[in-house]
Write a protein that binds this ligand. Structure first.
Ligand code: BES
Ligand code: MN
Ligand code: ZN
Length: 506
C-alpha cells in the first residue's frame, strides 16, 4: 500500500473517495456530530452532509460507514462517512477499528484509491501514533496469505491512500506513517512466516530466513547447530529435538543501532515449528494449529525487521531456539531427567511442556550478550488462554520497571498484555524428588508455573515473559496469525530508544 500525505484544499482534492469522520453525540442520544473535515465539506455542500446523516442511516458508532455520491461543492467523486464513536471517549483502539472498517468498505467497493481526512481533531501529541494506526490498520485489513495456494495471488484493488492533513502537521503525520509502514512490513513478515505449515517451516527453514536478513536488513546472523549446542551443554533444548528428524537450530540475529558499549535488549522467541506434544501426545483435534508454536520466534523476526527499518538507536539481539516436538523412539519420556546449560537438572514429567525446555537454554545463552533486559515471547501454555482468553497476552516479570514499560507500550498501540504473578509460592509447585526442578507444576495456575520455571533461569538479569498462546493466532474461519505481539514489542523498543536519547541529552 502506498501512503501519500496531502496538504491541499479539501474541496479541490480530486479524490475517488474522501473519507471523513463523524462522532456519536453520546451513548444515549441518536444525534451525531461532525468532525472538522466533515463540517467543512458540509459547509461547502450547503449542509448536504448533515441532511443525509440526519436521516439516521449512520449513528456515528465506531466503524459504521456510509458512502455518499454527488456531494456538491467539492471535487471528490465520493464521500465516505465513518463513525468514530463518542468524541470524549476516543482512543487509539477505537480509531483503529474505524480505520479498519473504512478500509474494508473501500476494498469491498473495489476502489483503487481514497483520501482520509480523519486526523483533524486529534491532539498534537497523539498525531504520530494515530497516523501510524492508519498504516497499521490498513495492513491488518488488506493482508492476504497466498504462499501455499496455487495460481496468482488476487490483486488488492486498493493501492493508494492519501492522508489529508494541515500543512503544519505534515512532519508528525509523515513520521507516524513511516513507522506504521515499518510495522506493517514486520507484521506481514511475521504473519506469513507463522502461517507456513510445519512441513515447510522447519528449524532449518527458519535459520535460512534469518540468514537472508543479513543482506536485506543488515543484521548480523549466526546459527548454532546441534553440535554447537552440545558443546555448550544445552541438554534441555537438545532433549526436545531428539524426538524429531529435523535438527534443532539456535538462531541469533543482531541489530546494531547504537554504540558498541551500549548493552543490547535481548528478545527470545519460542520457535517450536510443530508441537505434537511428544510422548505426552496431544489430542488430534485442532492439532494443526500447533504449527503456530513458533509465533514467538516469528514475532522476534518481525521486531528485528521493524527496528532496522526504523533505524532505532538501540542494540538488539534476537534469539530464536527452534525445534520440533514429536513422539519417536529417541524422544523424551515422562520421568526423564536432563541437565540444562545453566547446570540445573530438570525432570520432564510431561513432554508437552517443551517450550520452557528450549527457552531456558536460550536464556542462559543470552547472558553472554550482557543484556540490559531480556524479554521472551512464547506460545507457552493453554492455561494462559483459560486465564486471559484471546484479548491480552500474559505478562510475567521479575522487574516492575520492565513490566510497566511493556504494559504501557501494549496499551498505547492496542496490543495489550496483562500482568500475572511469579511468586515463590507458585515456584514451589515445580519441586521434584529427583531433579532440581520439574517441568510442570500441576493443574492449577499452569501459565504462572510455566513462567516461574523460566524465572529460575533469569536470576542474573531483568526479565519479562509474554505468553502469547491466546493472542498470536485466531482459530475458526478467520484462522491465521495475528502478528501479535509485534506492535507491542516495536512500541517498547521505540520508547526505549526515545528514553535513551533523552538521557543522552541531559
Ligand atoms: N505450545 C503449547 C501451548 C499451547 C497450547 C499454546 C494450546 C496454544 C494453544 C505448549 O507447548 C504446551 O503444550 N503446553 C502444555 C503445558 C502442560 C503440559 C503443562 C499445555 O498448555 O497444555
Ligand atoms: Mn507442548
Ligand atoms: Zn509448545
Amino acid at each position: 500500500m502506498n501512503f501519500k500525505i496531502k496538504t491541499g484544499n479539501l474541496f479541490k482534492l480530486k479524490s475517488e473517495c474522501m473519507v471523513v469522520g463523524i462522532y456519536k453525540k453520546s451513548e444515549r442520544e441518536k444525534d451525531v456530530e461532525l468532525t472538522a473535515s466533515a463540517a467543512r465539506i458540509n459547509e461547502a455542500s450547503s449542509e448536504q452532509i448533515y441532511q443525509i446523516v440526519a436521516r439516521g442511516d449512520i449513528d456515528g458508532s465506531i466503524g459504521s460507514t456510509l458512502l455518499l455520491y454527488d456531494i456538491r461543492g467539492i471535487s471528490a467523486k465520493r464521500v465516505m462517512v465513518v463513525g468514530l464513536g463518542v468524541q470524549k471517549e476516543t482512543s487509539v483502539q477505537f480509531f483503529r477499528k474505524a480505520v479498519m472498517a473504512a478500509v474494508r468498505s473501500l476494498v469491498d467497493r473495489n476502489l483503487a484509491s481514497a483520501d482520509m481526512a480523519i486526523l483533524d481533531d486529534v491532539l498534537d501529541e497523539d498525531r504520530a501514533s494515530y497516523a501510524r494506526q492508519i498504516a497499521e490498520a490498513t495492513h491488518q485489513t488488506t493482508y492476504r496469505y497466498w504462499e501455499t495456494k496455487s495460481g496468482d495471488k488476487p490483486a488488492m484493488p486498493l493501492i493508494q491512500i492519501g492522508v489529508v492533513v494541515d500543512r503544519k502537521h505534515r512532519d508528525a503525520t509523515q513520521k507516524g506513517i513511516d513507522r506504521g509502514l515499518a510495522i506493517a512490513n514486520a507484521l506481514t513478515y511475521t504473519k506469513t512466516l507463522a502461517n507456513l505449515p510445519g512441513n515447510i517451516c522447519t528449524p532449518t527453514y527458519l535459520a535460512g530466513r534469518a540468514r537472508e536478513l543479513t543482506k536485506s536488513h543488515g543484521l548480523k546472523v549466526s546459527v548454532l547447530d546441534e553440535k554447537d549446542m552440545e558443546k555448550l551443554k544445552m541438554g534441555s533444548l537438545l532433549s526436545v529435538s531428539r524426538g524429531s528428524v529435523e535438527p534443532a537450530k539456535l538462531i541469533i540475529m543482531e541489530y546494531r543501532g547504537a554504540g558498541k558499549n551500549k548493552n543490547p535488549v535481548a528478545l527470545i522467541g519460542k520457535g517450536l515449528t510443530f508441537d505434537a506434544g511428544g510422548i505426552s501426545i496431544k489430542p488430534a483435534s485442532a492439532m494443526d494449529e500447533m504449527k503456530y508454536d513458533m509465533c514467538g520466534g516469528a514475532s522476534v523476526f518481525g521486531a528485528m525487521i521493524a527496528a532496522s527499518e526504523m533505524n532505532l538507536p538501540l542494540n538488539i539481539v534476537g534469539i530464536v531456539p527452534s525445534s520440533e516436538n514429536l513422539p519417536d523412539g529417541a524422544a523424551n519420556k515422562p520421568g526423564d531427567i536432563v541437565t540444562s546449560m545453566l547446570g540445573k537438572t530438570i525432570e520432564i514429567l510431561n513432554t508437552d511442556a517443551e517450550g520452557r525446555l528450549i527457552l531456558c537454554d536460550a536464556m542462559t545463552y543470552a547472558k553472554r550478550y550482557k543484556p540490559e533486559v531480556v524479554v521472551d515471547i512464547a506460545t507457552l501454555t493453554g492455561a494462559c488462554i483459560i486465564a486471559l482468553g484471546h484479548h491480552a497476552s500474559g505478562l510475567f516479570s521479575n522487574s516492575d520497571e520492565l513490566a510497566n514499560e511493556l504494559l504501557v507500550a501494549g496499551e498505547a498501540v492496542d496490543d495489550r498484555a496483562w500482568r500475572m504473578p511469579v511468586w515463590e509460592s507458585y515456584t514451589k509447585q515445580l519441586k521434584s524428588n529427583f531433579a532440581d526442578l520439574a517441568n510442570i507444576g500441576g493443574r492449577s495456575a499452569g501459565a504462572v508455573t510455566a513462567a516461574c520455571f523460566l524465572q529460575e533461569f533469569a536470576k542474573e538479569f531483568s526479565w519479562a515473559h509474554l505468553d502469547v498462546a491466546g493472542t498470536a493466532w485466531s482459530s475458526g474461519s478467520p484462522k491465521g496469525a495475528t502478528g501479535r505481539p509485534v506492535p507491542l514489542l516495536v512500541e517498547f523498543l521505540i520508547r526505549r530508544s526515545e528514553a535513551a536519547r533523552e538521557a543522552e541529552k541531559s
